[in-house]
Every structure is written in structure tokens, then in C-alpha cells.
Design a protein around this ligand. Sequence first.
Ligand code: APR
Length: 247
Amino acid sequence: MEGVLNLPPAPTLTDFLTVLTGAGVSAESGIRTFRDAGGLWESHRLEEVASPPAFARDPELVWRFYKARWENASRARPNPAHEALAAMGAALAGRFVLITQNVDGLHQCAGSAGVLDMHGSLHRCRCTRCDTHYSMRNVDLTPALPACPACGGLLRPDIVWFGEMPHYLDEIEVALRRTTLFLVAGTSGVVYPAAQFVQMARRNGASAIGVNLEPPDNIACFDTFIQGRAGVVLPQLAAAWLDADKS
Ligand code: APR
């Protein structure tokens, strides 16, 4: 049954809440996930569009793929899941960290601050020669191979591709050591290192709550698993927890 009757206990004043999100949190904003039926990896072999060798082999194909994803993400709006997490972050400021595997920028658009977007962002690109970083809307994307305004080098999407090191791993490790409550939403739990964050948090004594449409691959790691849509469950959690936090 979608939604929850018995919510996990609210964070207390001494809790530190860390949240990890995946593509399922943006599904209700119309952003395709990766591994669901009709997901992105069904229509593109990730080896063709999401790795350094793919970019070296066919940079125009990779740029077509990411320009389309950027345009789609730019049209999308945050859904109640993003808004619920922004409200949790505002209420628990200083005791809250949001880590996302998503690159669509919707958490930031919903008002979440300090988002650790560990897989990069569709809204940014960077120069392969001088490493200058740009907002996508500030560079000329009409050429098949966009060039760096500063040095003329080839630009690339600021996305962490397969085989590359995710961003913020040190900050994430520090957060997971402080975490007493770890909430994971909208991820299949099959891509590392994100899929092991729940074990790291548990080893540090945190309790772990999973929210997902389908049971994730690492469901055994969670104390509580709530099956349902993030856009339904997370607002319920936020309402219950933030009311409790006020009392
Ligand atoms: N609410 C909650 N969960 C949902 C919803 C929803 N509305 N819709 C789909 N889901 C769940 C699916 O059941 C699935 O388990 O979201 C999960 C999405 O899983 P993936 O498509 O594998 O996406 P994700 O886990 O974020 O992938 C991780 O893999 O390809 C790389 O870099 C890419 O960041 C991505 C990483």
C-alpha cells in the first residue's frame, strides 16, 4: 500500500539527519530514471554516452545526449519530494546533509542548500584543456562540439562518468560519521560508492530508513523500508518529523 501509517520516529534535537537521493526522487518531475522500464539506459548503452572513452570516441554523440538531458531537466520543476527535503534541511539546519546522485539540479531549485551533488550537474560544463567551469546557459551550445570561451578547448559536461571519481567523498565520509539517522530515497542501490553509504552510516551507529518504489538492491541494510512514491512518502515524513521537532 502506498504511503505509510506507522512512520519511523522523528529525529530528536541531538540527531544528525543525512539524506541520499537517486533518480526515483525526480521521477515525479518527469525526469527518466536509469534502470526502470523505459529508463535512460534502455535507449542508450551507457558505454556509448557516459564514460571518458565514449567521449573520446564520439564527443558529438555524448554532447547530443547531455544537451537533451540538460534541456529536459531545465524544463522540469521540483516535486513534493524535493520540497519535503528542502523543508527538512531548513528545519534541521546544521544537523542535516543532502547527498544526491542526481544531476538535474531539482534539489537546488526546491531550495535545498549545500547539496552534495556527487555525480556532477547537467547545468554545468567544464573545459577539457584549462578546466574552467561554466554554467551551461553561459556558453554557446550551438556548435556540435562547444568550445571554451577562455581558451578555445573542448568543453565537456560536468558529469561524473563511469570510471571517474565522484565528487565530495571526503565531505560525505565526515557527514556519515556524524549521522545518527540516514534516509535513502529513490535509488536502486546498485551503483557504488553511493550504495554502500548506508552500511557506512550503520557502522557508525546510525539507523537507516529506505524509501523507494521497488525494494532496492541493498534493502537488507535498512532498519525501516517504506515502499512508495517519494513524492507521497517524503512529505508525510517531513510533516510528521517537523511537527515533532517543534513540540
Ligand atoms: N518514488 C520513489 N522511488 C522511485 C520512484 C518514485 N516516484 N520512481 C522510481 N523509483 C525507484 C525505482 O524503483 C528505482 O529503484 O527509483 C530507483 C531508481 O533507480 P535507478 O534508475 O537505478 O537510478 P539511481 O539509483 O539513481 O542510479 C544511480 O546510476 O547510472 C548511474 O549516475 C547514474 O546517478 C545514477 C546512478
